[in-house]
Structure formats: structure tokens, C-alpha cells
Design a protein around this ligand. Structure first.
Ligand SMILES: NC(=O)c1ccc[n+]([C@@H]2O[C@H](COP(=O)([O-])OP(=O)(O)OC[C@H]3O[C@@H](n4cnc5c(N)ncnc54)[C@H](OP(=O)(O)O)[C@@H]3O)[C@@H](O)[C@H]2O)c1
Length: 296
């Protein structure tokens, strides 16, 4: 078996290929899984194959992803870093709503601890809501006073031991610099992939500072009907030439972007999980990497 490279997520040296739990609940990340047994098997197999970084949220389901993680993996391996996020919630129809007042962030952290059955999480991301964005689909703008109050709640939770590290998600470089003046940040989670590199300045800042950068939607997301990444011609031709799958090519490319990039591809399928974990053993030659990099 390939020994997977690691990078530090705060004090946790985690394998560069982890697992994102967002695809485990039902359609629209809402309600019970399509196949509960497969969801539990996917989680256990991810850990068997070397993933020791699992990304989740109380609002995946809601509750569903966390309950599956607990059922599949509790008592947790000592080296497992479970990372969650706060800032959002769901209503009874599955709509995504903000829950990002300081007291809601605190409750969000406590809910995660309770459903996952732990006293401390490796990290929790403060997820800046899209509703704070000037353009839909882009990270929220920096609202200084509001963000400072949110950070204070996160720092308090960390100083009280509820979380080992503070992460940020869906942020601009300005958010990161603002936060770093106040506290240590162990990871940043923004949308980033072969086609959408709008978070490159945030990634570069993380790389320069040794902060883990965890791209979400690395495969173009489970929401896309016409996936521009897995359906891309060059990706498909490269995969055919290498005898790999498009997802493997895309993930292998993402790992080459910077050493602090930690993958958390999301899947509810055992064959897809096994494909994704096998990316640890795939090397792209310089030409292939250059061609793929030119796609953005
Ligand atoms: N911080 C945030 O705001 C935020 C936002 C979104 C996501 N996230 C986190 O980031 C993780 C990754 O993002 P994501 O799950 O939304 O999107 P993603 O990893 O880009 O893509 C997931 C989609 O790709 C499919 N897939 C996975 N492996 C595949 C393979 N080998 N071949 C073909 N299709 C494959 C999945 O379907 P199958 O289930 O059929 O495999 C699913 O439809 C999430 O799980 C979540 O933990 C965070």
C-alpha cells in the first residue's frame, strides 16, 4: 500500500487524502442516506485505506452525517481528526439558512460534540455565509464588526477546549488576514478545483503561512447537473491515456497544487471512495500537469 503524504492540520498530521461526509445523507444533503449500509461501509473503508481527516457538519442531514460517522467509527481511532463547521442550519424543507450569531456558533459546536460523541473536535470551520457575499456563489465580504464577534466566539470555544483549532470557510484573503491578527487559524476551506480557482489568493496566503487549505467541490460538487470538471474533454482524454478515471486525474492534479492542500472528496459510493483513495499512488508528469493547470 502507498504510504500517504501528510500535512499538519493544527497539531494533527493528517493524510493528504481525507473524506468529506456531505454526500452521505439523502438527496440535497437532506434526510436519511440512499443506502445506510453502504454509507457506514464507505466511512469504515475510508479509515481502513488511510484517511484520518473527515469533514462533516451538523447540518448535513441535518444530524445524519454526524450520526453515521459515530455509528461507523466510534470509538474513534486515536489519530482521527474530525473537522466540522458552524454558521448554518437547515429548516424543515431542507433550505440552507444562516445560524452565525456568536451564540449560534457556540450551540453549533456543542451540537457537533454531542452527536459525534466527543469532548473536543480537531477543528471547526467558521463558515462565512453566501448571504454576506456581493455576488452569489462568491465568498462573503468581510464585515469587520460581525466577523470579529464571530471570531471571539470561536476563540472562546477553543480556549475552553471544545475545539483544538479554528478554521475558516468561504472566505476572502481579507478575512484570513483579519483573523490572523487575532488568533491562530489551522485550516481554510474554500471552493477550489481545476476550473474554479477564484480562491487562489487565499490558497497562496495559506501556503505561505503553512496553513492547511482544504478545497471543497474538488470534483465539481454533487450539485452540478452538467459537471464541468468530470465531463471535461482534456480530463477524460488524460484519464483514458493513463488508465485512470477522470476523478483520479482531477484529484491527483489538485494534490500537486501545493503541499498544504488536503483533499476531502465527497462520495456515498464504495467504488468511488476506493478510486479516490488510490490517488495517493498516482503521479502526473510535468506536461500533463501543465496542460491541466492551463484549463482554469
Ligand atoms: N465549507 C463548505 O462550505 C463546504 C461546501 C461544500 C462541501 N464541503 C465539504 O467538501 C467535501 C467535498 O465537496 P462535495 O462532496 O460537495 O463535492 P465534490 O467532492 O466535488 O463532488 C462530490 C460529487 O462527486 C461524486 N464523486 C465522488 N467521487 C467520485 C468518483 N471517483 N467518480 C465519479 N464521481 C465521484 C459524488 O457522487 P457519489 O456519491 O455518487 O460518488 C458527488 O456527486 C464535502 O463532502 C464536504 O465535506 C464544504
Amino acid at each position: 500500500m502507498t504510504v500517504m503524504e501528510r500535512f499538519s492540520l493544527g497539531p494533527f498530521p493528517v493524510a493528504r487524502i481525507g473524506f468529506g461526509a456531505m454526500q452521505l445523507p439523502g438527496p440535497g444533503v437532506f434526510g436519511p442516506p440512499r443506502d445506510r449500509d453502504e454509507a457506514l461501509t464507505v466511512l469504515r473503508r475510508a479509515v481502513e485505506l488511510g484517511a484520518n481527516h473527515i469533514d462533516t457538519a451538523q447540518y448535513y442531514g441535518p444530524n445524519v452525517a454526524n450520526e453515521l460517522i459515530r455509528e461507523a467509527l466510534y470509538p474513534y481511532p486515536d489519530d482521527l481528526a474530525i473537522v466540522s463547521k458552524v454558521g448554518g442550519c437547515r429548516d424543515g424543507t431542507g433550505a440552507w439558512l444562516p445560524a452565525d450569531e456568536p451564540d449560534e456558533l457556540r450551540r453549533g459546536i456543542e451540537d457537533n460534540l454531542q452527536t459525534l460523541g466527543v469532548d473536543q473536535l480537531a477543528a471547526v470551520n467558521l463558515r462565512v455565509m453566501d448571504s454576506d457575499a456581493a455576488d452569489p456563489g462568491q465568498p462573503g465580504q468581510l464585515r469587520r464588526e460581525r466577523f470579529a464577534a464571530q471570531l471571539t466566539a470561536m476563540v472562546k470555544a477553543r480556549d475552553e477546549g471544545l475545539i483544538a483549532g479554528i478554521g475558516l470557510s468561504n472566505i476572502t484573503r481579507e478575512h484570513l488576514l483579519f483573523a490572523l491578527q487575532r488568533t491562530e487559524i489551522v485550516c481554510v476551506q474554500n471552493a477550489y478545483n481545476l476550473i474554479d480557482r477564484s480562491s487562489q489568493p487565499v490558497l497562496d496566503e495559506c501556503t505561505a503561512r503553512g496553513i492547511a487549505f482544504v478545497p471543497f467541490f474538488p470534483l465539481g460538487s454533487g450539485f452540478a447537473h452538467d459537471n464541468p470538471i468530470l465531463g471535461n474533454d482534456l480530463v477524460n482524454r488524460t484519464a483514458a491515456r493513463m488508465g485512470r478515471t477522470p476523478a483520479q486525474v482531477v484529484l491527483a492534479w489538485t494534490l500537486t497544487v501545493a503541499p498544504n492542500v488536503l483533499l476531502i472528496p465527497g462520495t456515498s459510493s464504495l467504488p468511488h471512495l476506493e478510486e479516490n483513495m488510490a490517488v495517493a499512488g498516482i503521479e502526473l508528469d510535468d506536461d500533463t500537469r501543465r496542460q491541466l493547470s492551463a484549463l482554469a
